[in-house]
Design a protein around this ligand. Structure first.
Ligand code: CAA
Length: 258
């Protein structure tokens, strides 16, 4: 991999977008590499949580690569959007929990990448924004869809139409960032959260992720029914038996993830 660093430790995969000279901008090569890494990790039972971050202390990802995009034609623009949308959708649907550790600029495609993750933790110097209309384009890595779902239609329109960059505190206020930390502690906090989630019934976590992600794309009655199916499925797992037995025996559960 040229532009992605992958580290693994005790069930946590840390993916770093590594193009610091371009503030980790996503060119198509990087998107393809990211896609390959995501596909591989999705198959892995020994990896239970994923953290995505950017190289250096200035940027998470400063957007799609403007140098690469400047001479695209309409067909190539659409292909780029579809490539990124597929990779981000694969991230959203990974069986593992995915935490974005937003350590600086998360602009355009960077903000869109963070929104494909389950949880966004930001450092105090993080800046979020969708600058695309200032470049004469629209957000194309699913920002027009994920942003309104996360922060509401009005706020999403304001951010996209004005291109205003917001700081981590404001991102937290509008619920774009789940939590804000000092930059030096961001990765430790992300690992801490990953470990906390991994200490639960991890298969149930994965099912809850599916219930939320898929249910939100259904009408409410279908979503309730889908939730009931998933809830029922839990009663065929060892973790449900162990979790409830441990509660009754007043001890910590020993989950197996199945
Ligand atoms: N694409 C390509 N290169 C980029 C880049 C990007 N998105 N963002 C930054 N860079 C490059 C700069 O060109 C510069 O390269 P050189 O040293 O070769 O000149 C280097 O990274 C450092 O950047 P700056 O000198 O600009 O750093 P700064 O601290 O002055 O500013 C910044 C930081 C505010 C993030 C500024 O770089 C910037 O505005 N970047 C572009 C942000 C942007 O518009 N992103 C959206 C892209 S469009 C998109 O993402 C579409 C979509 O929906 C997917």
């Amino acid at each position: 991999m040229k532009n992605i660093i992958l580290k693994e430790d005790k069930g946590i995969a840390e993916i770093t977008i590594n193009r610091p000279k371009s503030l980790n901008a996503l060119n198509s090569e990087t998107l393809k590499e990211l896609g390959t890494v995501i596909e591989d990790i999705s198959q892995r039972k020994d990896i239970q949580a994923v953290i995505i971050t950017g190289s250096g202390d200035k940027a998470f990802v400063a957007g799609a690569d403007i140098v690469e995009m400047q001479n695209l034609n309409a067909v190539q623009g659409r292909e780029l959007a579809m490539l990124a949308q597929k990779v981000f959708s694969d991230i959203e649907h990974m069986p593992q929990v995915v935490i974005a550790a937003v350590n600086g600029y998360a602009l355009g495609g960077g903000c869109e990448l963070s929104m494909a993750c389950d949880i966004r933790l930001a450092s105090k110097n993080a800046k979020f924004g969708q600058p695309e209309v200032g470049l004469g384009i629209t957000p194309g890595f699913a920002g027009t869809q994920r942003l309104p779902r996360l922060v509401g239609k009005g706020t999403a329109k304001e951010l996209i139409f004005t291109t205003d960059m917001i700081d981590a505190e404001e991102a937290h206020r509008i619920q774009l960032a789940n939590k804000v930390y000092e930059q030096e502690e961001l990765m430790d906090k992300a690992r801490e959260m990953a470990k906390k989630i991994m200490s639960k019934g991890i298969y149930a976590v994965s099912l809850a992720k599916s219930a939320i992600n898929n249910g939100m794309n259904m009408d409410t009655e279908s979503a309730y029914s889908y939730e009931a199916d998933i809830f029922g499925l839990c009663f065929s797992t060892e973790d449900q038996k162990e979790g409830m037995k441990a509660f009754i025996e007043k001890r910590k559960p020993n989950f197996k993830g199945c």
